[in-house]
Design a protein around this ligand. Sequence first.
Ligand code: ADP
Length: 379
Amino acid sequence: MATVTEEQILAALAAIEDGDQGGDVVGLGMISGLQIRDGHVAFAIEVAPEEGAAKEPLRQSCEKAVHALPGVLSVSAVLTAHREVTGDRVAETGPVPAPSAGPGGPRPAPQGLPGITSIVAVASGKGGVGKSTTAVNLALGLAAAGRAVGILDADIYGPSIPRMLGIGGQPLSPDGSYLLPMQNHGVVCMSMGFLVPDDTATIWRGPMVMSALEQLLRDVKWGELDVLVVDLPPGTGDAHLTMAQRVPLSGAVIVSTPQDVALADARKGISMFEKVDVPVLGLIENMSYFVCPHCDERSEIFSHGGARREAERLGAEFLGEIPISLGIRETSDAGTPIVVHDPDCAEAQAFLRIAERVGEKIAAAEAESASQAPRIVVQ
Ligand code: ADP
């Protein structure tokens, strides 16, 4: 089968005009982050934040043009936007990523967040597998070992971290230019759930996702943190691309249930992180087995061991398995997760073992990055 090249893709995109600006999308420097792997193509189209939805037809035209090329199996184009930042904020948060140098030039490495040593993303291929539950217990486990920990609830489509941490109300903004994170159980937290009323349906377009996440990251006074745990939305989308391109992730942890159908989606997540050069720290199997609280009999409700096998197949680390249990569900719903509620029980111990291993892996990643040039390079 023909292999598509970067030149062919750019030539196809150069035929797409952005009517508003008068020029083609390549000539205008709107294309960035071009990735090609085995016929699968992904890139971002830089637009102004306020243009948002108006550029959807342009995005579709770009996808269509690339899809028509021989050797292209799939195309994923996302709209992204750079947020305008005033001089004052630049002084406070450090330099803002410069606009993309375009597909030919190098893209600047993502800027770190001042005061935050490591950032770990928790992701899953599909919803409902316990990603947020895992993110919260992982964060609390890292904090239990003495680290200063924050949680960013980047699951803007269904923010559940405030409920799981038992935090209500709204964050304070003492001078109107930044937000103070909320806190409970010894960790700080920021979530769109604090800012958007529960019953409001918000439709998120690519650029909005990006600026919302950038604000949650950069307009929050996180303070000095050893680790920021980021609970990503399920699947692979704008939020993931934003995180991978805008912040230096130490790595991603993938949560899956054992069945094939969940694992197939988890595989997509892993492949996406690999494409954007974010190390996959490992896989966690949630709802791995059930131990009857009355008779101790063990049942494998969703089968068992799939994530471990998948990790082996992909050469990723298997970080551990978490049972399905009433205790985990009830404590999350009640706002005092199991790791805090009953740290000695078997379920909490399973989370704590995983937190310990993740802690070791991020420490190793930090040591490595301190001795190397930036690891995240997006074409
Ligand atoms: P996701 O973030 O993947 O959508 P959540 O973490 O919100 O999933 O979990 C979905 C539901 O499943 C929640 O009600 C949560 O309490 C429950 N849950 C998650 N993991 C477990 C588990 N290991 N045992 C029992 N219930 C769980």
